[in-house]
Design a protein around this ligand. Structure first.
Ligand code: NDP
Length: 293
């Protein structure tokens, strides 16, 4: 299933995420995903595995043009010239000569002028045909408003934390208003259960309402959540390094949730963010330098 972005480029709705996929596991995960039928991979300069993503794509035997490659510019590379050079680093590691989608990993709230300059560099890369689409991540409505007031190209995608326990309806509405596709990170709620990310979290994968819907369809909770994203028009990029779960997360095109089931999933929103607050300025992020290719 494909989604048409606001500049006419089509993108496979489901992609493989590789955040926290160790470099030595990443190539095999990408190979497994491509063998299963995925044609979209979401990586980032900050994940330290763009090289291994590129290796997995090459060893799949697929042509470069058959795989939609999405990656992210890290905040320490924001600024016009720095972001142009971030493209050199990303394509050098991936071993490709263009990117399908290049997005800003998050706003830099305490130096937004650098975020705007980074976006202007994305616009240059787009005009030069070095990327097919550009976008943002973790942008709240006020960040979008400020960005749109100072730039020329409306981002194609806004990638945000989005699973049944945190649906950010205000951000989704702002994206829709501007013609921006919402893409869900932690689409099956990884941020609610992976180790080391805070105490007292409720694991969305263990939610009884989701379990009941899953049982009714003979599907897993992860499959139900992914189907919910698709039926509500979102892109989702579930992460796994396990071949069986990679396949499970792609086996979602043969069932349909009812309107009531979609509404039941919507009511689970707690309004509480699990991941980092995009408005919090964190100096240590700028200390993390992205290595050259
Ligand atoms: P996900 O919601 O994709 O959950 C991933 C976790 O779920 C892993 O622990 C994985 O373990 C497990 N898992 C995967 N499939 C299943 C299944 N079918 N049943 C049970 N468990 C399963 O969380 P992520 O946070 O990784 O988000 C997905 C992607 O979004 C990232 O990889 C990254 O590409 C992007 N992202 C972007 C962010 C941003 O700021 N822009 C922030 C966070 C993520 P295992 O590997 O062992 O299967």
């Amino acid at each position: 299933m494909h989604i048409t972005l606001n500049n006419g480029v089509t993108m496979p709705a489901i992609g493989l995420g590789v955040f926290q996929s160790a470099p030595e596991q990443t190539t095999a995960a990408v190979e497994a995903a491509l063998a299963t039928g995925y044609r979209h991979i979401d990586t980032a300069a900050a994940y330290g595995n763009e090289r291994e993503v590129g290796a997995g794509i090459r060893s799949s035997g697929l042509d470069r043009s058959e795989v939609f490659i999405e990656t992210k510019v890290w905040v320490s590379d924001y600024g016009y010239d720095q972001t142009l050079h971030a493209w050199d680093k990303a394509t050098g590691k991936l071993g490709v000569d263009y990117l399908d989608l290049l997005i800003l990993h998050q706003p830099a709230p305490d130096r937004f002028e650098k975020t705007i300059a980074a976006h202007k560099a994305l616009e240059r890369l787009l005009a030069d045909g070095r990327v097919r689409a550009i976008g943002v991540s973790n942008f709240m409505p006020h960040h979008l408003k400020e960005l749109l007031g100072s730039t020329d190209v409306v981002p194609a995608v806004n990638q945000i934390e989005l699973h049944p326990y945190f649906t950010q309806p205000d951000v989704q509405a702002a994206d829709t208003r501007h013609g921006i596709l919402t893409q869900a990170w932690s689409p099956i709620g990884g941020i609610t259960f992976y180790p080391g990310w805070g105490q007292d979290r409720r694991n969305v994968m263990e939610d009884p309402a989701i379990a009941a819907i899953a049982q009714a369809h003979g599907k897993s909770p992860a499959q139900v959540m992914l189907r919910w994203h698709l039926q509500q028009g979102r892109s989702a990029i579930p992460k796994s390094t396990n071949p069986a779960r990679i396949a499970e997360n792609f086996d979602i095109f043969n069932f349909e949730l009812s309107t009531d089931e979609l509404a039941a999933l919507d009511t689970l929103d707690t309004g509480t963010r699990n991941g980092p607050d995009p408005d919090e300025a964190r100096e240590e992020r700028f200390a993390m330098a992205i290595p050259e290719a």
